[in-house]
Design a protein around this ligand. Structure first.
Ligand code: LP5
Ligand code: MN
Length: 245
């Protein structure tokens, strides 16, 4: 049996290939898993749990079906779906995790997170994040009609679109000292995250202990899954289209 981890799918009505690959993954693969962890940016952007579009309903349906079949699903918010909330969890049976959560995978302790908060040199992003994470602002935003929220999101997205292009790739990667700080804080030697779209397994030694950081891949050109079982783990890809696993 396996525990599966995914992130950075960036699903939207405009991404039929990714959506299809996700549905296939949920129906044919995740149903056999011990658990599924979604570590953020499942959606290109989640405007709010009151989204009643066919697209939003179809994604909720996939999670509801999976959890009703008895597969525990866990969800960490990303920088694009930080507005996934309690209603989504209730409607789907998914358990919402806090920004950083220590989990036990077959006896191995690991801290799981989206990964954006590890990029401490991306100061402009972190300031932006702090703004949109203010509880009072989210409270207000969640009570605005959907069409207005969509307008606000589109406006902010287009206002900040060029900002990312001016940043160096280094700034948008994790800061190693922050990785170490978080792992020390939770007293773990394994970290799993997404966000940077740089799938890899990083190892480093400190004080005679081996530390591992697994970075999940995005779903831009193929599905990307961390398959973890009792003895080993592997970052795997799933092709788009009708290709099998
Ligand atoms: O995901 P990716 O990799 O493309 O980019 C991220 C960072 N970008 C973001 C932006 C979101 O995707 C878009 C958010 C729209 C939000 C609408 C909010 C509506 C209000 C909600 C209120 C509850 O996450 C990017 C990082 C990159 O990861 C690193 O890999 O660099 O960060 C940015 O580009 C952000 C800019 O640097 C911030 C610019 C400051 C703009 C200030 C506007 C203030 C608006 C306040 C809104 C209330
Ligand atoms: Mn992200």
């Amino acid at each position: 049996m396996t525990t599966l981890f995914i992130s950075d799918l960036h699903l939207s009505p405009a991404t039929p290939e990714i959506n299809q690959c996700f549905v296939k993954f949920m129906r044919e693969e995740a149903i056999h898993a011990d658990a599924l962890y979604v570590l953020g940016d499942l959606f290109e952007f989640w405007v709010g749990d009151d989204d009643k579009s066919d697209f939003a309903s179809s994604i909720r349906h996939e999670f509801k079906t999976l959890t009703e079949l008895g597969v525990p699903c866990f969800f960490t918010q990303g920088n694009r779906d930080f507005l996934v909330g309690k209603r989504f969890a209730k409607q789907t049976g998914v358990t919402l995790l806090s920004d950083e959560t220590v989990i036990d995978i077959y006896g191995q302790k690991a801290v799981v997170l989206h990964g954006d908060t590890l990029c401490t040199e991306d100061v402009k992003y972190l300031e932006f994040r702090a703004k949109v994470h203010q509880p009072w602002l989210q409270w207000v935003f969640n009570r605005i009609p959907m069409f207005l929220k969509q307008k606000i999101v589109s406006k902010v997205q287009s206002d900040i679109k060029t900002d990312k292009q001016t940043k160096s790739l280094d700034i948008m990667d994790v800061t190693q000292s922050e990785v170490v700080r978080v792992m020390d804080h939770y007293n773990v030697d394994l970290m799993i995250h997404g966000h940077t779209h740089r799938p890899n397994v990083h190892s480093f030694d400190r004080n005679d202990t081996k530390y591992t950081r697994i970075v999940l891949g995005d779903w831009y050109t193929q599905g990307s899954v961390l398959v973890y079982d009792k003895n080993t783990f592997e970052l795997q890809q799933r092709p788009f289209g009708n290709g099998s696993k």
